[in-house]
Design a protein around this ligand. Structure first.
Ligand code: C2E
Ligand code: MG
Ligand code: MG
Ligand code: MG
Length: 283
């Protein structure tokens, strides 16, 4: 009997493996056409100055309007896009879209002159010679000023060719674009590595924010990041703020910026337009 059970196991395993592979292949095929079929959209989450409660920016977040499955979040497709080398055209599309949209909002609402838009770029951007040209072209075509654009990168994306990545970052910054280290605290780079990068903002990962009131160590980590950032002349943005206690605490700790469901969910462009026109709230 033991032998039989032993023999049966691989069959079950094979079936689920086959299903997973089929699912992946279907997704891969659909993703290949999603861009040309115009199925992606950009949602925007507001970012606030915690002390003054003023709007300082929006983060552009991609979504996939799947014909059968509805609105899909990046967790369902970004990794596959990276693995199949389709992420560059997608990021480029999001960058263009965000620049165009934001330039349009700024023309309509002069109070947005000092508000910025941030875009998440994948690691592949930093292994290419033409990244700078692509970004410059987006700015030029949209008319958006470089100082209104923020680029979000992760520690992971700098892992493989740190020197080359740092050089691309320096060039972007020379154009006047601001740079933000996203999901800080979850990656592999050491704290000492931070001072070698030309960053404007460090975004503390959501996992530390969500543990703020349960775990004193999370508070200690945020404090340390705030101190380090301040010593390096960088600002700190907290992500994933989802209750009023976290807002109060981060404000008291001196964290400059924040975003999260408590302060505003990511919204489609039309809803942001309504919000900017004073027709609705972001929550
Ligand atoms: P991220 O850049 O760290 O973005 C923050 C994520 O946290 C977003 O998820 C956002 O919707 C979510 N979030 C915001 N506030 C809260 C909150 O209060 N509670 C919780 N639980 N979550 C909150 P989303 O939109 O699903 O994006 C996931 C990740 O996908 C992003 O993480 C980013 O790494 C990646 N991503 C999104 N858009 C792009 C893109 O255009 N290009 C690339 N390469 N990656 C992207
Ligand atoms: Mg981000
Ligand atoms: Mg993040
Ligand atoms: Mg995150």
């Amino acid at each position: 009997r033991a032998k039989q059970a032993h023999r049966a196991a691989p069959v079950v395993f094979d079936n689920s493996m086959r299903e997973a592979a089929q699912h992946r292949m279907k997704l891969e095929n659909e993703l290949q056409r999603a861009l040309e079929l115009n199925q992606f959209e950009v949602h925007y989450q507001p970012v606030w100055n915690l002390a003054s409660e003023q709007l300082v920016g929006f983060e552009a977040l991609v979504r996939w309007r799947h014909p059968e499955r509805g609105l899909l979040l990046p967790g369902e497709f970004i990794e596959l896009m990276e693995e199949t080398h389709q992420i560059l055209p997608l990021d480029r599309w999001v960058l263009n879209q965000a620049c165009q949209q934001f330039a349009q909002w700024q023309r309509k609402y002069p109070r947005l002159a000092r508000v910025g838009v941030s875009v998440n770029l994948s690691s592949e951007w930093f292994n290419r010679a033409d990244s700078l040209d692509v970004v410059m072209q987006s700015l030029k075509q949209s008319g958006l000023s470089a100082r209104s654009l923020l680029i979000e990168i992760t520690e992971r994306s700098l892992l493989h060719q740190p020197d080359q990545a740092a050089s691309v970052l320096r060039q972007l910054r020379r154009l006047g674009i601001k740079l933000m280290m996203d999901d800080f605290g979850t990656g592999y780079s050491s704290l000492s590595y931070l001072h070698r990068l030309p960053l404007d903002v460090v975004k503390v990962d959501r996992s530390f924010i969500s543990r703020l009131h349960e775990d004193q160590r999370a508070e200690a980590v945020i404090s340390a990041i705030l101190n380090l950032a301040s010593a390096l002349g960088m600002k700190v943005n907290a992500e994933g703020i989802d209750n009023p206690k976290q807002v109060a605490m981060l404000k008291q700790m001196g964290c400059q910026y924040g975003q999260g469901y408590q302060l505003g969910r990511p919204l489609p462009a039309e809803r942001v337009s309504d919000f900017l026109a004073g027709k609705s709230h972001t929550r």
